[in-house]
Ligand binder design. Structure first.
Ligand SMILES: *Cc1c(COP(=O)(O)O)cnc(C)c1O
Length: 401
């Protein structure tokens, strides 16, 4: 049996990580979600509906692009990008949002709700809600609201209610707390749609399954472009870890493919300056599951920083903590400067403006390519950078040649 079929366990454990630590009032609701997903994930009707949505609404399959100019510039490995920036709404997140909303619809829910960091999950979920005729409630930190104003406008246009979160660090972590609290009060009629491979079971598994379309497509497309070969190196940025798990899903049983998750190193390796949870974190519990966590001296989730709001989380998906522990995936980090440099380079040399999140994966490829002549690197371009252009140019200018 392959890795994906044997992980997680029925109770949602990836080795020592995962599980579901729920407040008692939520237990029956998560049981309902688990049972619904168990059944629907085997239903030809559900999977068939999802297939048509992916094709006719999302615009899948997204292509793989060979980044010839950057490959030439680096003078080593050949670099390829899976273009999730071309998925409708401009990022991979719609892959799980459409499926979560379809699940909500099948469960008879009237509302979907969530937190959002960069606003990408909020936009994707609001899009899914509009498509299915569901209500939508999105919690977002005030700092992110300011930084990602166009996404707030999009959510409102799509008919979602945006709830600003003004306590603590006013960012993604607080938005999760706020959204969860609101959900407890309306779990009968609403489905909480988690935005990554995090949260209590079954979300890490469910979101991975919904994102695996990225890896399934990529494997076939890469083979078609290269006379049947597999990439030597596959890389993706890791915030919660959903775009990475999606791409890895296509290659995880291949010993010959080296998998890399790229974490945000922010401005330095000091606690508070980065969000490199696997690199610097320790075992702990956060938001209802066990994983690696960045904690402060009091044992609370630490403040984190990265130029990419979507990677701004002091925890990480439990499956990544497990894959790190068993050595199946390598985890490395790229800092703000490298991400920005890559943001400018991909824009200027390839005509693709990447999301700052995805720029971390590009940074890794640019760093590794010169050391790997004759090899190939496939990176996940998880999203487009339109949402980031004002912030980047106003703060850092237009980059040097
Ligand atoms: C949200 C986001 C991420 C980070 O989320 P993962 O769950 O780690 O994939 C990465 N890239 C983009 C473009 C995003 O919007």
């Amino acid at each position: 049996m392959g890795y994906l079929n044997s992980n997680p366990t029925r109770d949602g454990w990836f080795g020592d990580y995962g599980g579901a630590m729920l407040p008692p009032p939520l237990e029956p609701h998560f049981k309902e979600i688990r049972e619904a997903y168990d059944q629907l994930s085997k239903s030809g009707e559900f999977l068939g509906e999802l297939r048509l949505i992916r094709k006719h609404f999302q615009g899948r399959p997204t292509p793989i692009s060979y980044l010839k100019n950057l490959s030439d510039l680096c003078g080593g490995a050949q670099i390829y990008a899976k273009r999730e920036d071309l998925n409708h709404t401009g990022a991979h997140k719609l892959n799980h949002c459409m499926a979560e909303a379809l699940l909500a619809k099948h469960m008879g829910k009237t509302k979907i709700m969530a937190e959002t960091g960069a606003g990408q999950h909020g936009v994707a979920l609001a899009t899914a809600a509009a498509y299915f005729g569901l209500e939508c409630e999105i919690h977002m930190g005030e700092i992110d609201i300011e930084k990602e104003a166009p996404n707030v406008t999009r959510m409102k246009l799509l008919g979602a209610q945006v709830v600003p979160v003004g306590f603590g660090g006013r960012s993604l972590k607080e938005a999760v707390d706020s959204a969860f609290q609101s959900y407890v009060a309306q779990a009968e009629t609403a489905l909480f749609c988690i935005g990554s491979v995090v949260g209590p079971h079954p979300f890490p598994k469910m979101v991975r399954d919904f994102q695996s379309i990225v890896g399934i497509e990529a494997r076939e497309q890469f083979a078609e472009m290269t006379d049947g070969q597999l990439p030597d190196i596959v890389a993706a940025c890791v915030g919660g870890g959903s775009n990475a798990m999606g791409l890895f899903a296509g290659f995880i049983d291949e010993e010959a493919v080296a998998l890399y998750g790229v974490e945000p190193l922010g401005t330095s390796s000091n606690l508070g300056d980065h969000a490199a949870t696997i690199t610097y974190g320790a075992d702990g519990d956060i938001h209802g599951f066990r994983t690696l966590v960045l904690t402060d001296e009091a044992g609370e989730p630490a403040p984190v920083h990265t130029v990419a709001s979507g990677l701004d989380y002091p925890g990480v998906g439990p499956e990544h903590a497990h894959l790190h522990k068993i050595g199946k995936v390598n985890y490395v980090a790229a800092d703000d400067k490298e991400a920005l440099d890559s943001f400018y380079k991909l824009s200027r040399h390839e005509g693709i403006i990447p999301a700052l999140e995805s720029a971390h994966a590009v940074a890794f490829a640019l760093r590794e390519a010169p050391k790997n002549p004759g090899k190939s690197i496939l990176l996940n371009l998880s999203g487009r950078g339109d949402k980031d252009i004002d912030y980047v140019t106003e703060t850092f200018g237009f980059g040097s040649e």
